[in-house]
Design a protein around this ligand. Structure first.
Ligand SMILES: [Zn+2]
Length: 135
């Protein structure tokens, strides 16, 4: 299976690695939204968020927090977004699950530009019921 992130883990592809332990590795995104845009991934390959076992996800989010702190301190970032795209419809392009940490600055010209919807009469409850029934 071809996976650029597995290649980075195996050191057959290069990356600007920021942190690494037994389970998790973090490196700079080569196409940053803002400079310092960081990725955090498990060393085991999982296609998406839903497939990552809880213990590995727990370590992944712990390291994501550590990296976020380092971005704030190291880059004087005023904030950050943690993003995880899951599925092609959500813009996932590399199918080895990863968190993005995007350093943010006032007036950095980046926006998710949401087109916010409104719920029609009663439809909010319908959506809530569909989700709750699936729990
Ligand atoms: Zn992989």
């Amino acid at each position: 299976m071809d996976c650029i992130f597995c290649d980075i883990i195996n050191k057959s592809a290069s990356a600007e690695v920021l942190f690494e332990n037994e389970k998790v590795i973090s490196f700079l995104d080569i196409r940053p939204i803002n400079y310092g845009h960081t990725l955090v991934i498990t060393k085991n390959h999982f296609d998406n968020f839903l497939l990552v076992p809880d213990d590995e996800l727990s370590e992944l989010i712990r390291v994501t927090k550590v990296m976020s702190n380092a971005i704030i301190k190291g880059l004087n970032s005023e904030g950050f977004n943690i993003v995880a795209n899951t599925g092609r419809a959500a813009g996932q392009s590399i199918f080895h699950f990863h968190f993005h940490i995007i350093p943010r600055f006032r007036n950095d010209n980046f926006s998710f530009k949401p087109n916010l919807k409104s719920y029609d009469n009663g439809s909010m409850k319908e959506f809530a019921e569909k989700i709750k029934m699936a729990l």
